[in-house]
Design a protein around this ligand. Structure first.
Ligand SMILES: NC(=O)c1ccc[n+]([C@@H]2O[C@H](COP(=O)([O-])OP(=O)(O)OC[C@H]3O[C@@H](n4cnc5c(N)ncnc54)[C@H](O)[C@@H]3O)[C@@H](O)[C@H]2O)c1
Length: 287
């Protein structure tokens, strides 16, 4: 996609962080922007702020883990703007715990948002894009955690590895039918957002008890290290610039943090040489 003006973008997780910056950038490019987020109050504030900056905006409260919400999002988009050209499957959350301590609620919540959210986005929007026949682009937000191994944030990593594989397959399948839809997968390391406070939007029915929250010292350690990485990270606006460069250049992998690439390389070499996953590969996660 090279032309953005008057085209329609849909951004999930648009009310904060990377999603907010992507939505803001869409507005600056002259796009009509559909903001989707589960956080109604933050969504309202985001809609107002983008409107104040001159963008054409539609805000639709959406829980991406629910297929019916994503289908309504698509319908509202078509009703109001008549098309969709650029889709950011970006909403994401993280529950930090060892794999054996993760509760069923942790698994359901994180897989629901991070993986089912992307699945629902692809199942719902790609057929619409195919019918349109115009130049379109889908950007799925994974993470550097979707490309490496090592201990920590296992539930999150499972979903983000899934998003990488889903995106690679989608890109190849669309290319095989000569579709005019390109795909990118965004794999950032630390970005200064509210991701460490993802629990603020965890649904009541998937909450853990307070006692559980303080259960494991390793969990607290990992959480603190991640908090430092996020606080010292790129700004969301810097990420949005890299994403738009990638869309313009039809670039699939968007690795925003070059200093993490050696860990990706190490994992790939471990696989090819059939070496066991290395506990040391956690690198920056150890602080
Ligand atoms: N911040 C980082 O360091 C970092 C690094 C790698 C990947 N990511 C990924 O970037 C994406 C955006 O996260 P962020 O860092 O901007 O965090 P953020 O918490 O600032 O923003 C996430 C947004 O997603 C929304 N959201 C949560 N659950 C939702 C649901 N069920 N349906 C719709 N919206 C929902 C939240 O309300 C919030 O507005 C996520 O997929 C995250 O995994 C972030």
């Amino acid at each position: 996609m090279k032309e953005f003006r008057d085209r329609v973008a849909v951004v999930t997780g648009a009310a904060s962080g990377i999603g907010y910056a992507l939505a803001e950038r869409c507005g600056q490019e002259g796009m009509k922007v559909v903001l989707a987020d589960v956080d109604q109050a933050a969504l309202r504030r985001t809609g107002q702020s983008l409107k104040d900056s001159g963008a054409t905006v539609l805000a639709v409260r959406t829980d991406v883990s629910k297929s019916e919400d994503v289908e309504s999002l698509a319908q509202r988009t078509l009703d109001v703007f008549g098309a969709v050209h650029l889709l950011f499957n970006n909403a994401g959350v993280d529950a930090r715990t060892t794999l054996w301590e993760a509760t069923l609620a942790d698994w359901q919540w994180v897989i629901g948002v991070n993986l089912w959210g992307v699945i629902h986005g692809v199942r719902t929007f790609v057929p619409i894009m195919l019918r349109q026949g115009d130049d379109c682009h889908v950007v799925n937000t994974s993470s550097i955690a979707g490309l490496i191994s090592g201990p920590g944030i296992g539930v999150y990593k499972v979903t983000k590895h899934g998003v990488v594989s889903l995106s690679e397959t989608l890109a190849c399948e669309l290319a095989a039918i000569d579709a005019k839809i390109k795909v990118s997968v965004l794999c950032p390391a630390g970005v200064n957002t509210k991701i460490m406070d993802a629990e603020r939007n965890r649904p009541r029915e998937l909450q853990n008890t307070a006692a559980y929250e303080t259960a494991h010292p390793a969990t607290i350690q990992i959480k603190e290290t991640l908090r430092q990485l996020v606080e010292a990270g790129l700004t969301p606006a810097e990420v949005a610039t890299k994403v738009f460069d990638a869309i313009r250049n039809e670039k699939f992998y968007i690795l925003t943090h070059a200093d993490w690439k050696p860990l990706v390389q190490k994992r790939m070499e471990d696989i090819l040489r059939e070496r066991n996953p290395d506990e040391a590969q956690v690198g920056p996660l150890k602080g």
